[in-house]
Design a protein around this ligand. Structure first.
Ligand SMILES: [Zn+2]
Length: 286
């Protein structure tokens, strides 16, 4: 099983067939790594767009590609066939800097093959999340590739950033710096049906109190001062993406603003609760 680090460039276009916005890939760059994680082989394919022949100014500025340059490229299906040969019979674990590139590759596979699964790829690791975790930076804020290289004190000046092949070379260099075998192997996900379902699942916020995902026990708060159960002074009302109510302690008389948000995720409902003293209309001391 080899490790392939992949990066894409794409052009945004309105697409009649999908009746909406489509991220059309115009370049696939990838490197296959040797056992010591150095670059064993490079893959680069410029792809002739089909949905929109015209690159947006934004894409031209970012990548430096012109309409003529991508027009001289190969088709997406040709590029994918070459990529599969590059990956080889044994399959590969795919690494991308954030899941965005993976999602765009899936989007293009869905468009051309009618199936979003990526051929020849059996495992996946989000290198951005892994690298940020390794440096104990958390994953809440996503750090761009060039910025991350800078954090590591790496010199990326001689790479033409925002060409897919150079970004994949730089991503591989970052992997070498942060790699730790046990944590890497634990972080690789198997690219099975469940992985695809999870990745494409869109979490929603529950807006109705009688929704089966709502657990009314989660709406029970206790007084931070005396530990008694707070009483609701009115109904729970949904606004600002959460349920809100004013609660009062029967012992201390303090008024609180209770907030409960229920998100329906792939793994089931996730409830977030917050309680804060209400600033206005503080009752008189008893
Ligand atoms: Zn109290």
């Amino acid at each position: 099983m080899s490790i392939v680090v992949l990066d894409l460039e794409w052009n945004g276009a309105y697409c009649k067939k999908v009746n909406g916005y489509f991220n059309e890939i115009i370049e696939i760059g990838a490197v296959r790594l040797a056992d010591d994680l150095t670059v064993a082989e490079r893959f680069d394919a410029v792809i002739r767009p089909r949905v929109s022949r015209k690159l947006t100014h934004w894409v031209t500025d970012l990548t430096g590609y012109t309409d003529e340059q991508v027009k001289a490229g190969i088709s997406f299906l040709d590029a994918m066939e070459r990529l599969q040969r590059f990956i080889g019979e044994g399959g590969a674990t795919l690494l991308t800097w954030s899941t965005t590139d993976l999602l765009v590759l899936m989007e293009n596979c869905r468009y051309y093959y009618g199936d979003e699964r990526i051929p020849s790829v059996t495992g996946y690791l989000d290198l951005q999340a892994y690298a940020q975790t390794r440096l104990e930076l958390g994953t809440k804020q996503q750090i761009g590739l060039a910025k991350f290289a800078e954090l590591l004190g790496m010199n990326s000046d001689d790479l033409a950033l925002h060409h897919a092949i150079d970004d994949s070379v730089l991503s591989a260099a970052i992997l070498r710096r942060v790699y730790h075998r046990p944590s890497f192997e634990a972080a690789v996900r198997s690219l099975d049906d469940e992985f695809y379902r999870r990745l494409t699942f869109k979490p929603t916020i529950v807006k109705e109190l009688n929704d089966p995902a709502v657990d009314r026990k989660k709406f029970v708060f206790t007084c931070p001062d005396c530990g008694k159960r707070l009483k609701e002074t009115g109904k729970w009302r949904f606004f600002h993406n959460q349920f809100n109510s004013t609660l009062q302690c029967g012992v201390c008389n303090t008024l609180y603003h209770g907030r409960v948000q229920v998100r329906l995720t792939y793994d089931g409902p996730v409830t977030k609760r917050r309680l804060a003293p209400k600033k206005e209309k503080q009752p008189e001391e008893a």
